[in-house]
Design a protein around this ligand. Sequence first.
Ligand SMILES: C[S@@+](CC[C@H](N)C(=O)[O-])C[C@H]1O[C@@H](n2cnc3c(N)ncnc32)[C@H](O)[C@@H]1O
Length: 192
Amino acid sequence: MTDTAYLRSARHLAARVFLDRVRPGDLIVDATLGTGQDCEQLCRLVGDEGRVYGFDVQIDALNRTRERLKTAGLLNRAELILSGHENMKDFVPQGIRLVAFNLGWLPGSDKTVTTQVETTLKAVQSALDLLAPGGLLVICIYPGHEEGKREADALLRFSSALSPKICTVLYQRFINGGPGAPSCLLVEKITS
Ligand SMILES: C[S@@+](CC[C@H](N)C(=O)[O-])C[C@H]1O[C@@H](n2cnc3c(N)ncnc32)[C@H](O)[C@@H]1O
């Protein structure tokens, strides 16, 4: 990555946060597997003692991720789950260090299968409940399409209302990128 690309995208901001925060042995959730790019980075960071629980509703996303992890020799660090992230409490233990959401649709596939505001909100609440103190939610948001705009509005309403005694919330947005510019929302859990 060159210096001029430092602020390249919301995903790159998220990747830097992963690098900063994820340690060997951590339990992590990738709530939107997609092509598995984030999952691969997270699997590298958790080491052999850690675990990444990955969710997607599309079998294509799971297959792409499985292939990617297999090629990288990282498949033993991940549990790939064909289910909506709104069900994560059924699969994931308490004490999670970081939950990553990269909202929207699977690159190069059906754009109608996008994350939806109601299930996203439910998943974000579940993720907050599952986080260990000091744990972090990292949410890349794309308000450049209709459902993405609804997600952005709802997530900002939800996270602005969180008590500062329980969470710290930071919102990063590419403010000269027009009304649909991507953003990255970070929520750190202080205490349960
Ligand atoms: C932008 S992509 C994720 C990109 C991914 N992080 C990567 O590294 O390639 C968004 C993904 O969310 C998935 N998705 C949509 N609704 C979902 C839900 N309820 N639960 C989990 N995944 C969902 C889509 O199928 C799509 O693969």
